[in-house]
Design a protein around this ligand. Structure first.
Ligand SMILES: [Zn+2]
Length: 252
């Protein structure tokens, strides 16, 4: 059994070695370390993992200098950079910056397309705007697999729109929460070649560890929950998502 945690954040205080050792003991042999701010980008690069680097929706002020910095980081670490992210839209927490978020998101999608890298997208209460921005990008790079919508919380209808546009769908510990029936419905709906699992460490620890600080090892609980929902066995579901993750983000 092997699992790939496709979304974990590391901070200045993260015990990287301890987190990765416990992950490995649990069978979580690969982790994508995800950036989004200067601190998160720097700490993703502090790990031995493949990384996603980018400017998240709360970084709308980065401007041209921020994009020059990002391109430098990506070029200097080309062998480890598996994606641009996380990027996206959140109109739940920050509706007042919607226009600026859309502008940054569009620019990063075009940036990722130019560098032929997949994207890691966050979207919350912004379904229509997310599709609108995705559809505004020319998508000139050859692969039709464009990236992943991480910690998916929507229903099957929005998932279908995203799948049609060449995205994978990743589920976090939210899928295990008692009230998350709609998310579980989506976890049953996504086809087997497009589904991923993640923790979104240090947030969103799954049941039965809810309330603890999340870490990559805990993705086991999320994968077990989804395997049960899909009426498949845990080991083959783990292997399936591992293969999808490597198809999107590259081999070790
Ligand atoms: Zn995240």
């Amino acid at each position: 059994m092997r699992l790939f945690d496709t979304h974990a954040h590391f901070t200045d205080n993260s015990d990287v070695d301890g987190l990765l050792a416990r992950a490995s003991e649990a069978g979580v042999v690969r982790v994508l370390a995800v950036g989004g701010s200067r601190e998160l980008n720097r700490n993703a690069l502090r790990t031995p993992c493949a990384v996603a680097l980018g400017w998240d929706r709360d970084q709308t002020g980065v401007g041209d200098a921020g994009f020059a910095e990002l391109e430098r980081l990506v070029t200097d670490n080309a062998a480890r950079v598996a994606a641009i992210g996380e990027i996206g839209l959140d109109f739940h927490y920050s509706p007042e910056s919607a226009a600026a978020q859309k502008e940054l998101f569009a620019r990063e999608l075009a940036f990722a397309d130019r560098l032929e890298l997949p994207v890691v997208i966050h979207t919350r209460e912004a379904d229509a705007a997310t599709l609108e921005v995705i559809d505004s990008v020319p998508w000139s790079h050859s692969s039709r697999l464009r990236g992943v919508i991480h910690s998916y919380t929507g229903g099957p209808g929005f998932a279908k729109e995203l799948l049609d546009r060449g995205f994978m769908i990743s589920f976090s510990g939210i899928v295990t929460f008692r009230t998350a029936d709609l998310v579980r419905e989506s976890a049953r709906f996504v086809p087997e070649d497009r589904i991923l699992v993640e923790t979104d460490t240090p947030f969103l620890a799954p049941v039965p560890l809810r309330g603890h600080q999340c870490e990559p090892a805990y993705v086991v609980h999320t994968a077990k929950c989804i395997a049960a929902e899909r009426k498949t066995d845990f080991a083959s579901f783990a292997e399936l998502t591992f293969g999808n993750s490597e198809r999107l983000f590259g081999g070790a």
